[in-house]
Design a binder for this molecule. Sequence first.
Ligand SMILES: Nc1ncnc2c1ncn2[C@@H]1O[C@H](COP(=O)(O)OP(=O)(O)OP(=O)(O)O)[C@@H](O)[C@H]1O
Length: 329
Amino acid sequence: MNDVVVRAEGLCKAYGRGARRVEVLDGLDLTLHQGEVLALLGPNGAGKTTTVKILSTLLTPDAGTATVAGLDVVRDAARVRRVVSLTGQQVALDLKQTGLENLTMIARLARTPRREVRARVAELLDGVGLTDVAGRRVTTYSGGMRRRLDLAAGLVARPRVLFLDEPTTGLDPRSRRALWDLVRDVVAGGTSLFLTTQYLEEADELADRIALIDGGRVAAEGTADALKRQVGQARVELDLPDAAAAIRVRTALAGSGPGSGSGSGSDDGALVAVPTDGSVAHVRELLARVEAAGVVPTSWRLREPTLDDVFLTLTGHAAATTPTEEKAA
Ligand SMILES: Nc1ncnc2c1ncn2[C@@H]1O[C@H](COP(=O)(O)OP(=O)(O)OP(=O)(O)O)[C@@H](O)[C@H]1O
């Protein structure tokens, strides 16, 4: 297909030597199409950062090839750098300078024509909602504000492909949502986005396609919906006082599934789990039926599929997080 902007084939990468050798990538293949958002989803230490570093020319692969806009990331590294931008968890900002000074410096480094620097910086600050604090030193910014400034820095040169490495790790839910909105704006402007994340929810919110990384390879790939269908829906879980109560609840909830009408759920002793679309209306209906059956659950919760669920379902094993020390030992 000629609308492919990033293609990786058989990427391999190991760090260290001898007993300290850590194989991180072991034949990773993936593609990103023009205008698309691809999320590389995986736990800590899975090799997500290594992958974006290779694709953005900061690291050389041991084997395999990768191209960006048809340019080889090793042979044509300088030209690749002109069409990509990498921003993410390691915020590369000068904290002692203001937001305005940071972006101005980056715009100059990116060879923005002199006359346009001021307007471009103002436009970016506005785009990420930092105009009001542009004159403050970055040290005074919150985590969310720093990420937004980092994102603006990545957009200075109008990249064709933006790599976002775990853009919201450590942010509170509100800041995370604000950043997602910004990212959507960027994508609507035509930028292709390669995102890495540990959060299934983030991949679900932003990505057209999700690639699950496991054992240094892409273990599963598809649209968020397709992966979720394989993994299963959200569930309402009810803890009940005893097995008799569980039977009453199961009877009361028969045929209560969202849309499809399949709602008998699975149970395990006094736990009853019922699929739901997570809407207030459906959850309320389920709870009303339980109440009408005269049963009082000891507790209940809405459980969304997690990265752990995805791993277990799609790879057959739990997501192993691999802290640096353990892997390198
Ligand atoms: N320079 C390095 N030297 C040795 N080991 C490294 C180096 N960089 C990364 N690693 C190891 O390689 C593995 C993959 O790291 P990488 O940063 O690519 O993972 P990740 O999926 O991005 O993880 P995280 O979600 O924690 O950022 C980890 O076990 C890490 O400790």
